[in-house]
Write a protein of this length. Sequence first.
Length: 219
Amino acid sequence: MRFAALEQENARLRGLANGLPPLVKRSQLADVVSADLSSQRQRLVIDQGDRAGLYRSQAIVDATGLVGQLVRVGPWSAEVMLISDPGHAVPVEVLRNGVRTVAEGTGNEDEMRLSLLPATADVKAGDTLVTSGLGGVFPAGIPVGTVVEAVRDPDDILARVRVRPRASLARDRQVMALWFNPESPMAPVDSALVRELPEAPLARPVLEPPSPVAKVTKP
């Protein structure tokens, strides 16, 4: 049963790869080998690394949306900071009307929040959030999540908005790393430059040092 589910997930990801926009130069499938889904850390370790060309801050997606970005890369494996990590934030916009804000991780893989959204902003339950392209990490248009609740208190200038991530963060067995065409005006950053930087940019700085990347043995 698990093998069949993995095959279905693989097929969905390959279908996604075949339909990627011209902005995406190439992609690489990777298996998830371990997960740390505590309230303080939301990380995955995947079985592809520097030998496959992966680089720090690289965007990671699954068949339904944004998963996160790489924060540590070894020769054969890499660590993904999930968008649900409490140290992660990603610039987003409401697909319905273009309202821009920031979606933050909560330490719960099923929930994010929009903590900087003014109470007057036109955001409501059911709205789809996608990456806005701001911040220099993710290009515009990647699905991020769906608003499940928007609460406005008359005495508060900010709305309290909960978001359910589109990606299956706690259930992913395979994910996809993306490379972007540097000639596209929508490209967030030149991947070759990122590998040369001592500290590659994150959507928001990591709040604590990343744990060592798990060693993956190759035959």
